[in-house]
Design a binder for this molecule. Structure first.
Ligand SMILES: Nc1nc2c(c(=O)[nH]1)N[C@H]1C(S)=C(S)[C@@H](COP(=O)(O)O)O[C@H]1N2
Ligand SMILES: [Mo]
Length: 421
């Protein structure tokens, strides 16, 4: 998987032909394993509409009951509030956690505001010229479908954007996130491939576009090969709880390894099409623009898909440490599998020593690392650098390409510390 121009549709559509043949087999839904549970069945559109369009529209009024700023508490101890709809997790929160990021501390990044949805009236529409049987599913239908839990990171493509300015001295446009537009959660829901199978994907289907019910009409296409990967799911639960409103209740897609922008919240429709679907979110925003990139019309640059590997220190920015023996911790994650090792530099990146990996190490989620050292006043930063099981290592700063909107910062970052008496 690479994040180049376009989204690899051709390759995926061909290589997954076998799967597509299986999911496209015609005939009664009951003949399809997983669809016979009385779960997914074609439903008349409310009001008898035959032209299925997303809510709000022909869907019952009152599906969306409001649009509000972040609903959950965002205490200063856990968050840096960039604005009313964008809250960065303070990375030191992760020093207290071994597995996932608790929902209360999970970052929120919304281009509009949080949509409040009446789940009794909510429907998921699955349609487009790529399916044989358009579906309208209720929340209960989805609860009865095959379910799967995956622990994966979710990270904004702009996570680390602040470092374009702070380290490359070439600031990028947008909220200056450091490392906290990231979190790990256990997502539970229906694999997208199950939903698509029930709708009968045509062999010519190449794109799946989840459309949101939020106030910006958020929508972002993915290639069919990504949609049918086993761990791509329509999540209904997050860390064992019903999906919180700020994170997309009642349903959001989760695309492991990909930039958070692909994981559309408050989904009301899955549009399956033969032709690519262009929205602001894959033509203007979340595309790479800059001297190293060429426009990819109608997109202003290559579309951001896969994230980049990172490592971060779970200490306050500019933390004060006592001299003497110290154990510090942090996290590392890769979109391409498990982390194989983390090295940490105490001299700004000249020399590195290995850190210990502790606790669960889950591919496309991340792992905690710890390092003990004798803190001395000349130590002014901690610089972690991760390597994943593919043998890839975070690239040095001089290899970091700049882009206008500050996506995909990948270089190791010196985390400032102060060692005093
Ligand atoms: N409907 C909708 N989905 C969305 C967004 C949005 O603004 N609206 N923001 C996207 C972006 S850019 C990111 S990084 C993630 C953030 O997910 P979170 O708020 O659950 O952490 O959601 C994505 N899904
Ligand atoms: Mo994002």
């Amino acid at each position: 998987m690479s994040s180049g121009a376009g989204d690899g549709v051709g390759r995926g559509a061909v290589s997954r032909r076998g799967f597509l043949a299986a999911v496209t087999a015609g005939g009664a839904l009951a003949a399809l394993p997983g669809c016979e549970r009385g779960a997914a069945r074609p439903v008349e559109m409310p009001g008898g509409a035959t032209n299925v369009t997303p809510c709000p529209g022909p869907c019952p009024a009152g599906v969306v009951t409001g649009h509000v700023p972040i609903l959950k508490p965002t205490p200063e101890s856990d968050f840096i509030l960039h604005n009313e709809s964008n809250a960065e997790m303070r990375f030191e929160v992760m020093a207290r956690h071994a597995g996932v990021t608790p929902n209360e501390a999970f970052f929120v990044r919304s281009h509009g505001t949080t949509a409040l949805i009446d789940v009794r009236k909510w429907r998921l529409v699955v349609d487009g010229d790529g399916v044989e049987r358009p579906l309208v599913l209720t929340y209960d239908d989805l609860l009865r479908m095959p379910s799967r839990s995956v622990t994966r990171f979710l990270e904004c493509a702009g996570n680390g954007r602040a470092f374009f300015g702070e380290l490359l001295h070439h600031a990028a446009e947008g909220d200056a996130w450091r490392f906290g537009a990231w979190g790990i959660a256990e997502w539970t829901g229906v694999p997208l491939q199950e939903i698509l199978r029930c709708a009968g994907v045509r062999p010519t289907a190449a794109h799946v576009t989840p459309e949101a019910l939020d106030d910006v009409g958020f929508a972002r296409a993915m290639p069919i090969w990504k949609a049918i990967e086993e761990d791509t799911i329509l999540a209904l639960r997050m860390n064992g709880e019903t999906l919180p409103p700020d994170h997309g209740f009642p349903a959001r897609v989760v695309l492991p390894g990909w930039a958070g922008v692909a994981s559309v919240k408050w989904v009301g429709r899955l549009r399956v099409t033969e032709r690519p679907v262009y929205t602001e979110w894959n033509t203007e925003k979340y595309v790479l623009i800059g001297p190293n990139y060429r426009p990819a019309p109608p997109a202003r640059g290559p579309v951001v898909t896969e994230q980049v590997m990172k490592s971060a220190v779970a200490l306050p920015w500019g933390a004060a440490l006592r001299p003497g023996r110290q154990t510090v911790s942090g996290w590392a994650w890769s979109p391409a599998g498990r982390i194989a090792g983390v090295d940490v530099s105490l001299d700004g990146g000249k020399t590195f020593a290995s850190a210990r990996l502790v606790g669960p190490n889950v591919g496309e989620a991340g792992v905690r690392w710890e390092m003990s050292f004798d803190a001395r006043p000349e130590h002014t930063s901690l610089t972690p650098r991760a390597t994943d099981e593919q043998g890839r290592t975070q690239p040095p700063l001089d290899a970091q390409k700049w882009n206008e909107q500050g996506y995909l910062f990948a270089a190791p970052v010196p985390h400032p510390i102060r060692v005093g008496g």
